[in-house]
Design a protein around this ligand. Structure first.
Ligand SMILES: Cc1cc2nc3c(=O)[nH]c(=O)nc-3n(C[C@H](O)[C@H](O)[C@H](O)COP(=O)(O)OP(=O)(O)OC[C@H]3O[C@@H](n4cnc5c(N)ncnc54)[C@H](O)[C@@H]3O)c2cc1C
Length: 446
């Protein structure tokens, strides 16, 4: 086994919103930071081939549930935010506060820093305008949603969002990683962390695989941010039990309706408008998807006759807060049966989406199969990490979508960013500087 002899203040594993913000903020504090990322750092081209290679290959990037439902996640620098639809949903503050976690200040700071705003009228698509108006006519509080988008760079009639924006208009956590690297952080790409190395009650490093080599790196603080599926697997390999159990995946489905004369519905920012039925745990939004992705949805649901239809078809997304009934297998497969309660919620959302499409003028509608959008709650606050995201080992933290204490049924990136910002502040506190010294000593002795 080869060792990286350098000793870092912090190692961050994974570069999605959780890892990205902690890496950037710790680097800004003057800490020496090593980022280890399983995926590449290749420039974003905005092609379907690159989108598939980053997040849609079954069994590798894309875990598949035992019911053959795909769960999409990005394996590249920037993680799943390279493929996301960039909706910035306000976090459920009260839910987190029940667990002693208050991120209101951090969210206000992030809102000041990042380009978070509803889409300007000139970028709105006819499909989104029609969807919003039709939902409002039926009495739903459908509004423009906040997006993480530099709107001065965003193009009309563009379908790049989900593929990966090559115009730097869609904000993603790679911006944070770039900033961290520019300020002195080191990044190792194409490196898969296997486990955390511990000594007594303290984490002192990680073991990772790069090509055929197994290597180690040492630090006083380790932050695991490998996502809802990656993080519990690393912790399990490090001796944790109970992680990766009772997980959620925020199942979504798309409902399609054809509206004659409506052109270009696939070429716009997805989820520009929507509404959230908080009590029921159902979110409904417009969803512009590239043609090939719509065809994937059609074929996956055996809607073979629909494959040729595209330009005048409006897709609507239904996402629900599901039960914590999934389990992550050691090979990354997700055992998640869509329970009767989940099915009932999806069916209620589907009926609402159908009604909105009919109101908009669609004669017939049809639905896709279910896809998992946000696997999470696999290393829960209050169970596996404390309110500061610390595990039972000193110096070992988890910061990503695995730490939600409950299922959200909401786009989680803004919440994850808030948690990461709060963690970076916590790590800067004087008590942690004392721990840092002790661990540096342990690492030197080991
Ligand atoms: C199609 C789609 C649309 C979405 N739209 C939205 C949206 O509009 N708004 C929103 O808020 N959320 C959205 N999401 C969800 C959002 O992108 C994720 O919830 C978010 O990116 C999770 O952040 P994370 O830091 O937890 O993990 P990720 O972003 O998944 O990052 C994990 C990182 O860890 C790396 N990694 C994994 N295992 C290892 C390992 N063993 N060693 C080293 N590195 C590892 C991965 O390569 C990746 O870079 C969407 C998701 C999908 C799939």
């Amino acid at each position: 086994m080869d060792n990286n002899t350098e000793h870092y203040d912090a190692i961050i594993v994974g570069t999605g919103p959780g890892g990205g913000i902690v890496a950037r903020d710790l680097t800004k504090q003057g800490k020496t930071v090593l980022i280890i990322e399983r995926g590449d750092y290749a420039p974003t081209r905005g092609t379907l081939a690159q989108m598939i290679s980053r997040g849609w290959i079954p069994g590798t990037q894309m875990p598949v549930t035992t019911q053959l439902k795909p769960v999409v996640r990005g394996i590249t620098t920037g993680g799943t935010s390279m493929l996301y639809t960039a909706t910035a949903a306000q976090p459920p503050f009260e839910l987190l506060e029940k667990y002693g976690v208050n991120i209101r200040t951090e969210i206000a700071e992030i809102r000041d820093e990042l380009p978070i705003a509803p889409i300007r009228d000139e970028l709105m698509s006819p499909a989104a305008i029609l969807f919003m108006r039709s939902a409002q006519e039926l009495g739903y509080d459908c509004q423009k949603l906040d997006k993480f988008i530099y709107q001065d760079k965003c193009l009309r009639d563009c379908d790049s969002c989900i593929k990966g924006c090559p115009h730097d208009a869609k904000w993603n956590s790679r911006f944070l990683v770039d900033e961290a690297v520019l300020k002195g952080a080191t990044i190792i790409n194409n490196a898969k962390v296997k486990r955390v190395i511990t000594k007594d009650d303290r984490a002192i490093g990680v073991e990772y695989k790069r090509g055929t080599k197994t290597l180690t790196a040492n630090a006083s603080t380790i932050v695991i941010a490998a996502g809802g599926i990656g993080s519990p697997l690393i912790l399990r390999n490090s001796g944790f039990t109970g992680v990766g159990e009772n997980v959620c995946m925020d199942p979504i489905l798309a409902v399609f309706g054809k509206i004659k004369g409506l052109q270009g519905s696939g070429r716009a920012v997805p989820m520009m408008t929507g509404f959230h039925l908080k009590e029921e745990g159902i979110m409904i939004a417009d969803l512009h998807v590239p043609k090939l992705l719509k065809q994937f949805f059609d074929l996956h649901a055996l809607n073979v006759t629909k494959v040729g239809e595209f330009a005048d078809v409006i897709p609507i997304m239904v996402k629900v807060r599901d039960e914590l009934s999934g389990r992550i297998h050691n090979d990354g497969l997700l055992k998640k049966d869509i329970s009767a309660a989940d099915k009932a919620k999806l069916s209620k959302g589907e009926k609402i989406a159908q009604a909105v499409l009919k109101q908009a003028g669609a004669k017939k509608t049809y639905s896709s199969q279910i896809v998992g959008a946000h696997p999470g709650a696999s290393v829960k606050i209050g169970e596996h990490v404390d309110e500061n995201l610390k595990t039972r080992f000193d110096g070992l933290y988890v910061c990503d979508c695995s730490v939600y204490p409950e299922a959200l049924g909401l786009p989680p990136s803004l919440m994850i960013l808030g948690l990461g910002k709060r963690l970076a502040k916590h790590l800067a506190s004087p008590s942690n500087r004392v721990i840092k010294k002790e661990s540096a000593r342990i690492a030197t002795l080991s």
